[in-house]
Design a protein around this ligand. Structure first.
Ligand SMILES: [Zn+2]
Length: 552
């Protein structure tokens, strides 16, 4: 996502068990349970703060066989629970709905657990008037707020397919993950909540997604297609032409700004499909919504801040960031929240790469420089990127976003464009639809490049800080040598950074570049030059995340 409101108090946010240091932690879903599919029916109203829901959860029982299914569910009333069609006693235990599994269930069996529930959600499903005073319903889950409206295994490591049947006031349009199934039709009298002049919309994602990406949005929308993209590179599409439709769903008053904002969305999808791999989902809708974030990358249905679109302040960089997330975060997903940079750092960097391609190197470098400034000016520099936070909202920090993006940029600098992008394509090819940890990315990049990158990932991802560099020089006329002294003056608790850096020398009528391999806190090198330079630029192309604190 982008523009996250940090430090927002969220009821019921849990601290995941997090992997620290080099060894990846095992995924922290529920041992012995693999949810395969959520089939959700929602009844939405034109007034009040009430909804009804029914979900059928199809799951596989694995080793170790659990005795119960602990579903995440906060607030709301549960009317009944059925396991394979049989009414089953259940227990509410804080934010957990505990459903005993029949004794006859064995490892390898599949079960269907059905829950009828409803009430006034305190979070996760936002039922209120939108920025123009029109009643709306929007889901906003990140990181673990799906539990406020959907009984679920609410952890990114357990992906599942999802189907939605949504009964909504007839003036509303309903968007959700995946593809729309049929056209909206008058709601049946026997539907959840009854007919009452409503319409029923059906959506389904045949591609498994994490719960934080499962959304429904319903309001009075203007719906516009911006075109098609990823033609022939969209295995999940059901269109005959092999493309995905790229659309926006915005409030009617905001269509002219939206037309500008999303004009290049198909171009972005094509760019990422070329650079990374096939587009993973059935379509791509860009939706004005009640999300608390600037943008939220829900799989195939990106939600954007309704205020930022209504005010005309939403930046195109948010659009490219959220679209890049469809590959990184939504398709290749961190198995543990502490590895969030695999989602946010990638979206930050690949989102910026679109502008390098479309608008030129200067535009891209401005974005990277802005990222650098925001990182080094933050309090987050004292912590490593991969780090447990007891409040998951605290993960929306400048390590996971700005520094994470820079880690990828520096890795591109170390490996060169060919190996870097070949490695990224291999990583996406291996793990699309799956969940991963940083070690999986490191291993893939090492295998593709043939280089040991342990030092790189340790110093940049698992240790805090960045090099703070003081440079001094002295010219030795007799030998025609320039001595350059590079001091790393960061805190003692930060690592000594290893990096190769270009130094550019201004000579009369020309410039000359040399590469310097820095591995020590106090590094001195002598370079032979044709004459004394009149100027020196350290890292002229901006490949190293650093701060120059003085020069000689
Ligand atoms: Zn993001």
């Amino acid at each position: 996502m982008t523009g996250g409101l940090r430090r927002t108090a969220v009821a019921g946010v849990v601290a995941a068990t997090l992997g620290l240091g080099g060894e990846p932690a095992p995924p922290a879903g529920v041992p012995g349970i693999d949810v395969l599919d959520y089939d959700v029916e929602l009844s939405l109203e034109l007034s009040g703060a009430f909804f009804q829901g029914r979900v059928s959860i199809r799951l596989a029982v694995q080793d170790p066989r659990p005795s119960e299914l602990p579903l995440d569910l906060s607030g709301l009333e549960v009317e009944w629970v059925r396991v394979d069609g049989a009414d089953t006693p259940f227990r509410r235990d804080g934010g957990t709905l505990r459903v005993p599994l029949p004794r006859s269930v064995e490892v390898g069996d599949e079960l269907v657990v059905e829950v009828l529930y409803g009430g006034s959600p305190v979070d996760g499903l936002i039922l209120r008037e939108n920025v123009h005073g029109v009643r709306s319903a929007f889901v906003d889950n990140w990181p673990d707020r799906a539990r406020f409206w959907l009984p679920s295994i609410d952890h990114p490591s357990d992906k599942a397919t999802i189907r939605f049947t949504v009964h909504a006031p007839s003036a509303w349009s309903v968007v959700a993950n995946g593809r729309m199934v049929g056209e909206p039709s008058p709601t049946d009298a026997g539907a959840l909540g009854g007919a009452r002049g409503r319409r029923t919309w059906r959506w389904e994602s045949g591609v498994p997604v994490s719960t934080y990406n499962m959304v429904v949005g319903a309001s009075e929308f203007a719906i516009r297609s911006v075109g098609t993209a990823a033609c022939g590179r969209a295995p999940a599409t059901t269109r005959d032409d092999g493309c995905v439709d790229v659309s926006y769903w915005v409030y009617p008053a905001d269509t002219s700004f939206a037309a500008e904002l999303f004009a290049r969305a198909p171009q972005m999808v094509d760019f990422f499909a070329d650079l990374i791999g096939p587009f993973p989902f059935e379509k791509l809708a860009n939706v004005q919504s009640a999300t608390r974030f600037g943008g939220m990358e829900n799989a195939s249905a990106i939600f954007y801040s309704e205020d930022a679109i209504a005010r005309g302040t939403m930046a195109e960089g948010t659009v490219s960031h959220e679209i890049a997330h469809q590959w990184f975060g939504d398709s290749v997903t961190e198995a543990e929240w502490s590895h969030l940079w695999l989602s946010e750092g990638f979206a930050t960097y690949f989102g910026a790469l679109f502008f390098e391609e479309a608008d030129g190197t200067d535009d891209f470098r401005r974005r990277m420089e802005e990222s650098r400034r925001r990182y080094i000016s933050s309090d987050d520099v004292g912590q490593p990127i991969v780090r447990a936070e007891s409040n998951l909202m605290d993960l929306l920090n400048r390590n996971n976003y700005q520094k994470g993006g820079w880690v990828l940029h520096m890795l591109r600098g170390v490996l060169g464009d060919e190996d870097f992008f070949r490695g990224v394509r291999e990583y996406y090819g291996r793990y699309a639809g799956d969940v991963i940890l940083t070690a999986d990315f490191q291993r893939t990049m090492e295998e593709v490049s043939g280089k040991n990158l342990e030092w790189f990932f340790r110093q940049w991802v698992r240790e805090p800080g960045y090099p703070r560099i003081a440079i001094s020089t002295e010219w030795f006329a007799a030998s025609g040598e320039l001595e350059i002294r590079i001091l790393q003056e960061q805190r003692d608790s930060w690592p000594t950074f290893r990096f190769a850096v270009d130094v550019e020398f201004e000579l009369p009528g020309r410039t000359l570049r040399r590469s310097v391999d820095v591995r020590d806190r106090d590094h001195t090198v002598r370079l032979t030059l044709p004459q004394a330079p009149t100027g020196i630029t350290f890292d002229p192309d901006g490949w190293i995340l650093k701060e120059i604190i003085g020069d000689g």
